[in-house]
Design a protein around this ligand. Structure first.
Ligand code: R7I
Ligand code: MG
Ligand code: MG
Length: 349
């Protein structure tokens, strides 16, 4: 049966939280044997584990702020979103935030701040952060706006509240775009999906600031497009090793080293793969595969989860897995509310 749009909305946010919660176990691990991943995941089926035993991290905390702010303001309001991030951080500073972004979040709490984008611009010697913190929370933008230009524009602005380097905010744009296309059912034709991502990112990266950042950081001229072309090449290969994925796409905390990787995880797991249990569906494969890459596992699984969840919908996510994740239920509720907002926008044109 076709997957309803509401099911896709709920799947996107719930699977993002799932990825964050189950990925926390391996964050920063260099190599994660598949056996350990599968053991970790099958442990979630144990009834005695109790509700919400796996805590969410900064990825989910900030994604919730984005969704909440888009809902209460019925659109993007930078002041409100900035305040929401700052408040969330002050209430729960121990969620594993990046070491740089903490300074931004502290400054955003100041009542005397006029320009909410200024603290982000002061990061890392004035170039801004290229971390994946903008991308990890970008999914709700794809659920809040009808057309692709708005999704991209506001995902960019929302990321710039903490990540002013083009590598940081363009990673967020790419992640929001991937979720958006997945919601539309575009993953049914993977080649079309990746080609659309490349053509949109060609436009995003055709920009003086982006070219300059790429040059300073000694990257290809169109860094995201270059990575997406590698994703395409890996898709065309008969077999791909974990080592090759890490080498060609990365698994690190930089947005460039993780957003294209998350996209690859989803595409690679559309089909059954050797080493992954036969009873796993695509969503379960995507989560397991993301963890097996090691590195920034919570964030890569969170981003891959959002894209995959938007494709498969909520109904195929194992209930036992969701039950173990703190905040999974709230994510579904936020998705329900975003769906309502989306429906209103649709009728009003
Ligand atoms: O990007 P950010 O919010 O971190 C997100 C990550 C996710 O994995 C979360 O799960 C959490 O664990 O953290 O936080 P930032 O502090 O902006 O960036 C993360 C890290 O990337 C920084 O602490 C730096 O180590 C590195 N980094 C940079 N290093 C040098 N120069 C980011 N930008 C730069 C840079 O310009
Ligand atoms: Mg985290
Ligand atoms: Mg992380």
């Amino acid at each position: 049966a076709p997957v309803s749009l509401l099911s896709r909305f709920r799947g996107a946010l719930a699977a993002a939280v799932l990825g964050d919660c189950v990925g926390g176990e391996f964050e920063g691990a260099e190599e994660v044997p598949l056996d350990r991943v599968l053991q970790h995941l099958s442990g979630l089926e144990d009834e005695t584990r109790g509700d919400g035993i796996l805590q969410y991290s900064d990825d989910t905390a900030m994604m919730r702020c984005v969704a909440q702010s888009l809902l209460t303001r019925m659109g993007f309001d930078e002041q409100d979103m900035a305040r929401s991030f700052a408040k969330e951080y002050s209430l729960a500073p121990g969620r594993g935030y990046g070491s740089g972004v903490i300074q931004v979040l502290r400054k955003l709490a100041s009542p005397h701040l006029n320009d909410v984008f200024q603290p982000a611009r002061a990061q890392f010697g004035g170039r801004g952060s290229f971390g994946n913190g903008g991308a990890m929370r970008a999914a709700p933008f794809a659920l809040a706006f009808r057309n692709v230009a708005d999704v991209m524009r506001y995902a960019r602005c929302g990321a710039m509240l903490t990540h002013s380097c083009s590598l940081g905010y363009n990673g967020a744009v790419l992640q929001a775009l991937a979720v958006y296309l997945s919601l539309q059912g575009d993953l049914a034709i993977p080649q079309k999906f990746i080609s659309k991502l490349i053509s949109e990112m060609e436009e995003m990266e055709n920009d003086e600031t982006a070219h300059n950042d790429a040059k300073v950081l000694k990257l290809a001229e169109f860094p995201y497009c270059a990575r997406l072309h590698r994703v395409k090449e890996l898709m065309e290969q008969n077999s791909v090793s974990i080592e090759e994925v890490i080498l060609k796409l990365g698994n690190g905390i930089a947005a460039l080293e993780s957003v294209p990787t998350a996209i690859f995880c989803v595409l690679h797991c559309l089909e059954p793969r050797e080493g992954l249990p036969e009873h796993y569906g695509g969503l379960e494969r995507t989560i397991a595969y993301s963890l097996a890459l090691g590195g920034d596992t919570d964030t890569i699984a969170c981003m891959a989860g959002a894209i995959a969840g938007a494709h498969y919908g909520i109904d195929v996510i194992p209930q036992s897995w969701l039950k173990c994740c703190e905040g999974a239920e709230e994510a579904e509720q936020l998705a329900n509310r975003l769906y309502k907002l989306y429906s209103i926008m649709q009728t009003e044109g």
